[in-house]
Write a protein that binds this ligand. Structure first.
Ligand code: AMP
Length: 217
């Protein structure tokens, strides 16, 4: 399954809830890239400048990274891809790679919310330095301000969550990623989800779709 949608639609937060509530395996290219940047690997060095500017990391870098990390297990299982694919080229390469592994995209959830809400969510987002858990200063506050509930580390604002970079990311989403909506609509797997509601409501709706998908696999 895929989670599509603009930055701030709640992809990461919803994925974390689905991992806890439905036992899916979560793969986020954004998390993989941030980890690569922290480690100072080749991929991290290539990706960092694009990420800071709110631009997409070039397709060849992403595809190499995903191919190394993403092998559907022999026993099947349900994988939740978050933030990938983000371009038509990535979608085509994903399809080819899944076909080689006798797998396919069952569901592509499109998370939708109005632009002012996206900006409010992103400017207030805080992320754990160590484990990557997501919070929001008012919507999902940690128990102790500035400290992660899960691992006790310090929370920080992502460098690309500043307002000028957020506007750039939204523009890149509209240009590069929105064409995927048609692509998955044509394949008959697109499901539109209103993610302007409270998180628990959105997650409950997704779980209803997920149960039959998990049983089929
Ligand atoms: P995210 O955590 O999904 O918001 O991703 C943060 C940043 O990582 C994006 O703004 C891009 O610079 C980069 N990124 C993540 N996933 C991809 C992808 N599939 N293709 C290109 N760039 C990506």
């Amino acid at each position: 399954m895929l989670l599509l949608g603009p930055p701030g639609a709640g992809k990461g937060t919803i994925a974390e809830a689905l991992v806890r509530g439905a036992g899916v395996v979560h793969l986020s290219t954004g998390d993989m890239l941030r980890e690569a940047v922290r480690q100072g690997s080749d991929v991290g060095r290539q990706a960092e400048t694009f990420m800071k500017r709110g631009e997409l990391v070039p397709d060849p870098v992403i595809v190499r990274m995903v191919e190394e990390r993403f092998q559907v297990g022999a026993g099947g299982g349900t994988y939740l891809l978050d933030g990938f694919p983000r371009t038509l080229e990535q979608a085509r390469l994903l399809e080819a790679s899944l076909a080689r592994q006798r797998a396919l995209v069952n569901l592509a959830f499109l998370l939708e919310a109005p632009e002012e809400l996206l900006i409010q969510r992103l400017t207030g987002r805080r992320t754990c330095r160590r484990c990557g858990a997501n919070y929001h200063v008012t919507n999902i506050p940690p128990k102790r301000p500035g400290i992660c509930d899960l691992c006790g580390s310090e929370l920080q604002q992502r460098p690309d969550d500043r307002e000028e970079t957020i506007r750039k990311r939204l523009e890149v989403y509209r240009r590069e990623t929105e064409p995927l909506i048609r692509y998955y609509e044509r394949q008959g797997v697109l499901v539109r989800i209103d993610s302007s509601r409270p998180l628990a409501d959105t997650v409950a709706e997704l779980i209803r779709y997920l149960e039959p998908a998990a049983q089929e696999s």
